[in-house]
Design a protein around this ligand. Structure first.
Ligand SMILES: NC(=O)c1ccc[n+]([C@@H]2O[C@H](COP(=O)([O-])OP(=O)(O)OC[C@H]3O[C@@H](n4cnc5c(N)ncnc54)[C@H](OP(=O)(O)O)[C@@H]3O)[C@@H](O)[C@H]2O)c1
Length: 406
């Protein structure tokens, strides 16, 4: 690789370096050898590196680090005493973006937007009128364990504290006829939504524990809870005996956690079960020792986000209306973002180990009346699978192994 290239704009800095993509490659033995490998990472790297080198060809195998201060670097609240520093993953869109914007307007908050598409994150932050100096954009691609490690190194090198980590980013690939895989060779939905966040939580735990009000929030979903009406829509979430995960989640016969045939919608729901099991297991293992508050939530059916980008146009038109007028489970992106921000910083969400919901308009939308606009925060009851301690322990052990932590 030629020398590293550096480019500066008024508000951003990005550096691309070649790296050995298997340097932190816990799954290298089981890496898939087929045309879908690393689909996500090369796409993402293209987005990020376009900040620097618009003419660069295929960039799989590039390492990109990028940091940009919010609109005005000299006015930034980053690193200031008494300011609550909140990292939000995947906040270039949807409820993560609305939560980031809401938090950035609160007094004494600074948001770190940890996003895979650096320039998009900068652009949407400005479009949302996030106050100058109230946010920092940093590159994080959860589809690459190397990128997760680089994000943590880069964060530490900035010398910033961290009070809360919000694991929000996700992909939903219901129309994928064939699986796609992360840079490390894991099926994308579980690789990005669960394994990337699992590693991030582990690497940032000690930094977060230094805060006066430390919190780790992982966004869950009603669709992963089969004790709800929405969770009963096929295909149902089911991790089974985790044999696919134990076998590396990396080739066609082990592409689903339960070892079944590939189903993109189920892979997403399974990943949400993993998110909620992980939150509960972190609470069990770490809350007393580190004092961190762990939480998950169902923000409501945020039917207009890009999560449904893979769906056909008619579905994207009908779905919000159906949720608004039939199930009454609909929540606007703005309201969902405010809900997420509430769980990150408010005293009423300080209890650890809880799966939060709001009892809005959807009075019959599953147990606990979760979903819909309005209503008050309450502790929801997750499904039997999400409260299965033996499964949580097994998931923990396998995830440690796959992310190279054990
Ligand atoms: N929408 C709902 O009804 C609903 C309901 C329950 C729970 N949730 C949960 O809410 C969270 C946010 O979803 P959303 O509805 O707001 O969807 P969204 O608009 O699609 O937002 C997803 C975010 O994740 C980012 N992302 C995707 N892959 C990534 C990767 N490899 N590395 C880093 N970031 C990545 C996306 O980045 P780009 O902008 O670059 O694509 C985007 O910023 C998810 O955890 C989802 O499961 C949503």
């Amino acid at each position: 690789m030629q020398a590293a290239r550096t480019a500066r704009t008024t508000s951003s800095r990005a550096v691309c370096l070649k790296h050995a993509s298997s340097a932190h490659h816990p799954n290298s033995a089981a890496r898939p050898h087929h045309r879908h490998a690393a689909t996500t990472s090369s796409h993402t790297a293209r987005n990020i590196c376009s900040v620097v080198a618009k003419t660069r060809p295929a960039v799989s195998g590039l390492k990109c680090q990028a940091v940009a201060e919010g609109a005005s670097g000299e006015k930034t609240t980053a690193g200031k005493a008494g300011v609550r520093h909140v990292i939000v993953t995947g906040c270039s869109s949807g409820l993560g973006l609305r939560a980031a914007a809401d938090l950035s307007r609160k007094p004494n908050h600074h948001v770190i937007m940890a996003c895979r598409d650096f320039s998009k994150a900068e652009r949407v932050a400005k479009e949302m009128n996030m106050p100058a100096g109230s946010y920092t954009v940093m590159h994080l691609d959860l589809g690459s364990l190397t990128s997760v490690r680089e994000f943590v190194d880069s964060y530490r090198s900035k010398g910033l504290p961290v009070d809360a980590l919000v694991c929000n980013a996700a992909v939903y690939l219901p129309t994928n006829p064939e699986p796609s895989f992360t840079a490390d060779g894991f099926e994308s939905s579980v690789g990005i939504n669960h394994l990337g966040h699992f590693l991030l939580c582990h690497l940032m735990r000690d930094d977060i524990a230094k805060s006066k009000d430390p919190r780790i929030i992982i966004v869950g979903s009603v669709t992963g809870n089969t004790n709800t009406l929405a969770g009963q829509v096929p295909p149902l979430a089911d991790l089974g005996d985790l044999r696919g995960l134990s076998n590396g989640l990396s080739d066609y016969s082990n592409v689903m956690i339960d070892g079944g045939e590939y189903d993109g919608a189920k892979a997403y729901k399974d990943s949400k079960v993993c998110n909620m099991l992980t939150m509960r297991e972190m609470h069990k293992r770490w809350h007393d020792q580190y004092g961190i508050t762990f939480g998950s939530l169902y923000p409501g059916c945020v039917a207009e986000t890009n999560l449904f980008r893979e769906k056909r146009a008619w579905f994207r038109w009908l779905f919000p209306r159906f949720q608004k007028y039939v199930t009454k489970g609909y929540v606007s992106q703005q309201e969902a973002g405010e809900r997420l921000a509430q769980v990150v910083s408010s005293p009423e969400a300080k209890k650890s180990g809880v799966y939060w919901s709001w009892n809005g308009e959807a009075k019959s939308f599953g147990e606990g009346s979760a979903g819909g606009s309005g209503g008050a925060l309450f502790e929801n009851e997750p499904s039997d699978e999400v409260t299965d301690d033996a499964k949580a322990e097994k998931l923990w052990a396998e995830s440690l192994r796959l992310t190279g932590l054990a």
